[in-house]
Design a protein around this ligand. Structure first.
Ligand code: GDG
Length: 501
């Protein structure tokens, strides 16, 4: 295998990857494991539209090729198409998508520019691994430039149900773009089912007998590869029992980017409900929520911030007293090392996304626990991690009473049950780490063998695909939050107990 070239929107100092989000954390973990090149945006803005890549080497020995964006590109490609169209739609929040004219053109142009810049530095046997929704068209652009290398794509966020994806005006261009890869990796089996459903019924795709998908005359593989964590990192350090905050306080921890997909208002409300119906836990239970600010210039993000400030103020005002503030709400980034003890000193990890590709925090919380006195993970069924972490208390984040009930079960859970659940969770987490995720994907990419048929055959098939849009989808996504005609999902904590034991 030649050099590994990883492409992602934001290339960062691996030590500061957390600020750029979970995808950067996973990539940095992967690049620490194997030598490679990291190509993408430097995080800087420049007026130079033709900047050549800057090359440097990080303290960990990772070679980085980075280029700046222009202000226009940042506003229309990054904040615009990537984060105000694709992010909300892929998370099933079509109501928040802003389908503005000009966003897609900027997105395409940045992909063309980055492809040209990357192609100039590639060797024949380099393997290219593109990450996330910012760069879906990158392989298509590289193919048009004659690049024949193996190119894989991994989507860190969920793939939505077909009905949601069809709302994107450019969905057919995106379908064609996916087909330019040799392998498309998704987080969970639900995402694979959603993508296949969409491609078959919304983009005239065909599932071939060998299990690959054909779209626009090009064949490619689709599979799920659940992202894992560097478990050894979170297991390190002092394992003494929770004593940081005094034995009298039971701490519940939440660590999330301040994002409307993370179910933060639901989490605050559920904690308030828990205090309301469990007065004996008042004065001795604290929810610590670390909510790292992100994409603050997108309106939906400033809205969620205001909502959380109001909610935490109201709950603290209603239940707090001179000695006790129930919600400890922090809008700052904490160091990765400090996070280990923050997780370890919390009796409950509360993870409530309304939709999430995987959710690394759930895995990090479990890995950081003292196995002799572990805390309890409460996890949304709509996080990709719920496919693996079945020994958590699985909740529906839309059901405030159910989360409040799970908190009550978690804070009262005996040592034997906590140890049993923790052991089962650790088995899952240790069998799928960041390293095994990367090697699993790269090995599948190496074996994906589909003859390149570029340049693509043209627009005819796109037009015939449009005529098929009225056909009903064959499969319904069981996790669909909108457009679902299925009866509401029933999930209660007692059922989760029964399922586990
Ligand atoms: C995307 C997908 C998928 C957060 N605050 C701090 C901090 N973090 C770190 C966490 C964790 C990462 O950021 C967040 O990862 P998540 O997976 O929870 O969420 P996203 O950022 O939305 O990530 C997600 C992921 O990509 C990977 O594929 O799981 O579904 O949305 O590692 O620890 N780290 C530090 N200080 C903080 O304040 N050091």
């Amino acid at each position: 295998m030649g050099r590994l070239v990883i492409v992602s929107n934001r290339v960062t100092d691996p030590a500061k990857a957390a600020q750029a989000g979970g995808a950067a954390v996973a990539i940095a973990d992967c690049l620490r494991e194997r030598q490679g090149i990291w190509f993408g945006w430097s995080g800087q803005l420049s007026t130079d539209e033709d900047a050549t890549p800057a090359i440097d080497v990080s303290d960990d020995g990772i070679v980085r090729w980075t280029i700046p964006l222009t202000k226009y590109e940042y506003e229309n490609y990054y904040l615009g198409y990537a984060n105000s169209v694709l992010w909300p739609v892929f998370h099933n929040r079509v109501d928040l998508a802003q389908f503005e004219a000009g966003y897609y053109a900027a997105y395409s142009k940045v992909n063309q520019r980055f492809a040209a810049s990357l192609a100039a530095g590639l060797a024949e046997d380099d393997v290219i691994w593109v990450h996330d929704y910012h760069f879906i068209p990158l392989a298509h652009e590289l193919r048009l430039l004659g690049v024949q290398n193996k190119i894989g794509f991994f989507l860190h966020i969920p793939f939505p149900p077909s009905q949601s994806f069809l709302t994107v005006p450019e969905h057919l261009q995106l379908a064609r773009a996916f087909s330019a890869y040799d392998l498309v990796g998704l987080q969970a089996t639900t995402d694979v089912a959603n993508m296949i459903d969409y491609l078959e019924h919304g983009a005239n795709g065909q599932m071939l007998p060998n299990g690959t998908m054909r779209v626009e005359g090009r064949e490619f593989a689709i599979a799920s590869f659940a992202v894992g964590i560097d478990t050894n990192f979170f297991k390190q350090g002092d394992l003494t029992d929770r004593n940081d905050y005094g034995a009298t306080i039971t701490r519940i921890i939440g660590v999330d980017r301040l994002d409307y997909t993370k179910g933060l208002p639901q989490k605050f409300r559920a904690f308030g409900r828990f205090l309301q119906i469990n007065p004996d836990f008042r004065s001795r239970t604290v929810l610590t929520q670390i909510a790292t600010p992100t994409r603050e210039s997108v309106e939906a993000y400033s809205d969620i911030r205001k909502e959380l400030e109001t909610l935490s103020g109201s709950i603290n005002g209603s239940y707090g007293d001179l000695e006790w503030v129930p919600i400890h709400y922090i809008n700052q980034t904490t160091s990765r090392e400090r996070l280990i003890s923050v997780y370890r000193n919390a009796a409950v990890g509360l993870v409530t996304p309304l939709r999430d590709g995987m959710n690394l925090v759930a895995k990090e919380y479990v890995a950081a626990q003292n196995p002799r006195n572990p805390g309890v993970l409460i996890l949304s069924r709509f996080a990709g991690a719920a496919e693996q972490l079945k020994a958590a208390l699985i909740i529906n984040p839309y059901n405030i009473d159910e989360i409040a009930g799970a908190i009550a079960v978690a804070v009262k859970m005996g040592l034997d049950e906590r140890c049993l659940r923790h052991e089962a969770l650790m088995q899952e987490i240790e069998s799928g780490t960041a390293a095994t995720w990367a090697s699993g994907f790269l090995s599948a990419l190496e074996h994906a063998d589909h003859p390149p048929t570029f340049p693509p055959t043209g627009g005819k098939r796109l037009i015939s695909a449009v005529s098929r849009l009225a056909q009903p989808a064959r499969h319904q996504d069981p996790n669909s939050v909108i457009e679902s005609s299925a009866p509401p999902l029933v999930c209660d904590v007692a059922a989760s107990h029964r399922a586990f034991f």
